[in-house]
Design a protein around this ligand. Structure first.
Ligand code: SF4
Ligand code: SF4
Length: 117
């Protein structure tokens, strides 16, 4: 599902030369609209990589879970750590679950420790 920008949270990345979500989108889909808020210019081309969701410093982009998995309104929200991403899943009944995934930094650190053995 294409990203959903929460316009009350998006500040247009005023401190950046180019909005961060625009910088990271591999499909060059994110841009700023006339209102200075981010938009996905062609949602049909979004392949749900979630890069824009993860990079947004304002937490202004939600990933909506596909209908077949979570029904309309279910969402995934990332919180980026140095070595891990904490994902919060909220289903349509408001049930919240959290799960933690290592990012590449921590996986690489694990590999380095293995090399030291
Ligand atoms: S990264 Fe977040 S705050 Fe920046 S323009 Fe995109 S949605 Fe808005
Ligand atoms: S989810 Fe990925 S492909 Fe889709 S708009 Fe965001 S960065 Fe681009």
């Amino acid at each position: 599902m294409p990203p959903k920008v929460l316009i009350t949270k998006c500040d247009g990345c005023k401190a950046e030369k180019e909005p961060l979500c625009e910088q990271v989108c591999p499909g060059d889909l994110m841009t700023l609209g006339d209102n200075g808020k981010a938009i996905c210019r062609d949602p049909r081309d979004c392949w749900d990589c979630m890069s824009c969701t993860k990079v947004c410093p304002q937490g202004a982009i939600e990933t909506r879970v596909p209908y077949q998995i979570g029904y309309h309104g279910a969402k995934l929200i990332p919180m980026m750590g140095t070595n891990r991403v904490t994902w919060t899943s909220i289903d349509i009944d408001g049930k919240v679950e959290r799960f933690i995934v290592k990012n590449r930094n921590e996986i690489n650190d694990d590999d380095d420790e293995d090399d030291d053995d």
